[in-house]
Design a protein around this ligand. Structure first.
Ligand code: URA
Length: 430
């Protein structure tokens, strides 16, 4: 059915005045924006009005439905296995999808994981995987289905047909200061996840300096909004709220995060990465009705590594090939002895980005070997002069700005100072 006619100025003025938009206004504006009838400058004004004045729950639900209707819907009904997916709202050193997808598949649940690229200081799963020689991110729907059936897990780029309204709107928000609006983040994420057709969904909502949501209260509101949208659409949805004031693991970059993920699959890796991978795996298994399987046992058995190897090979990659290494490195030594009491996720994320691990514009290439390795985590004792961080890049001129972003990004307190770690898992909603 063709949406009723409205005009962009009427819709902008309504939201600017604090009114709730009608279903018909929402359907029209999303459809007209996707077709290019509503101009980018009009949609940016509307996005800013939404950021400033908010949206009611019914408006958010309708906005999400209109974004889903802007494109195709996928379905995995023909698969013999239940499906589960997870989505992170974005963080620093967040490589969890890499060990998680093959682990959950090894537990008997199919994982159709449509992922994105990094933008700004947050990393992107596809950029990380593209550092594996030969690996390709783009699959047809038929290839995706076949890989899910044969291997159990697929991590790939969302096709152009999935929620095209979100693709346009997300790019616009990124350059108009309108990313951090809860209604717009919730509808952006959930339109893609509902259109993707997963049976169950686990959301990893990040909280802290390195996340879009800086406070627990904002993260709880975002999580609640997304869980409601998923549940209303028939997708079993739960959210874990997890700390992003400290970056995850010991690496932020592309190839170096792949290497750390492979360590986890081999039974090692940093304790926080293992803890979060297992916590999210348990939630995904519960959502898919497989709560009797213990992912820790499956991880220890090596079966998740087998799925990883098969998953990488199925997409043209060589899982045993050497990963790219940055040409230049620079070590930051601990300036004093004592206890590392803080390592700021935003500072590390910005440094990795400036070293070339991320991009400033969507079209920019990323460096596979670039990033930051930290040699101590908050709570560890450090000695003056020991390596604290290693900065990696192909381009020496990048060190100066990366070092500037790390200025004030870590704290060392005198030896013996009591240290209270922030828990990784902060809340569960769903
Ligand atoms: N991830 C998305 O896909 N959309 C947002 O708006 C924020 C994070």
């Amino acid at each position: 059915m063709t949406p009723a006619q409205h005009d962009a100025i009427e819709v902008i003025i309504a939201k600017r005045g604090g009114a709730a938009l009608t279903d018909s206004q929402i359907d029209w504006v999303i459809d007209a924006y996707t077709r290019g009838v509503v101009a980018d400058e009009q949609m940016s004004a509307l996005a800013m009005a939404i950021l400033l004045n908010g949206m009611t729950r019914p408006e958010i639900a309708r906005w999400t439905a209109a974004m889903i209707a802007s494109g195709e819907r996928m379905a995995f009904d023909g698969l013999p296995l239940p499906t589960a997916d997870k989505h992170s709202t974005g963080g620093v050193g967040d490589k969890i999808t890499l060990p998680l997808a093959p682990l959950v598949a090894a537990c008997g649940v199919a994982v159709p994981q449509l992922s994105g690229r990094g933008l700004g200081h947050t990393g992107g799963t596809l950029d990380k995987l593209e550092s594996i020689p030969g690996w390709r991110a783009t699959l047809s729907n038929d290839e995706m289905f076949a890989q899910l059936r044969d291997v159990g897990a697929v991590i790939c780029a969302a096709g152009d047909g999935l929620a095209p309204a979100d693709k346009k709107l997300y790019a616009l928000r990124d350059v108009t200061g309108t990313v951090e609006a809860i209604p717009l983040i919730a509808s952006s994420i959930m339109s893609k996840k509902i259109a993707e057709g997963t049976g169950s969904l686990v959301l990893d909502v990040k909280v802290g300096t390195g996340a879009f949501m800086k406070t627990l209260a904002d993260a709880q509101e975002l999580a609640r909004t997304m869980v409601d949208l998923g549940t209303d659409a028939g997708v079993t949805t739960v959210a874990l709220l997890t700390d992003m004031s400290t970056p995850l693991g010991l690496t932020a970059g592309n190839a170096i995060e792949v290497a750390e993920s492979v360590e986890v699959l081999a039974g090692g890796g940093p304790a926080d990465v293992v803890e979060l991978t297992l916590a999210l795996a348990r939630e995904m298994l519960r959502g898919a009705g497989r709560e009797h399987v213990d992912p820790a046992d499956v991880l220890a058995s090596g079966k998740a590594m087998d799925v990883w190897n098969a998953m990488i090979r199925a997409q043209g990659g060589d899982p045993v090939a050497a990963l790219p290494v940055a040409r230049e490195s620079h070590v930051v030594a601990a300036p004093s002895s004592g206890v590392l009491t803080g390592l700021d996720a935003m500072a590390v994320g910005l440094a990795a980005w400036r070293l070339g691990a991320g991009r400033a514009r969507k079209e920019d290439p990323v460096q596979a070997g670039a990033g930051v390795v930290w040699h101590a985590r908050p709570g560890d004792t450090v000695t003056a002069g020991q390596p604290l961080l290693t900065l990696l890049t192909d381009d020496e001129s990048r060190f100066e700005r990366a070092l500037a972003s790390l200025d004030g990004g870590y704290d060392i307190a005198p030896t013996g100072t009591a240290f209270e770690p922030t828990p990784l898992l902060l809340d569960r909603i769903g």
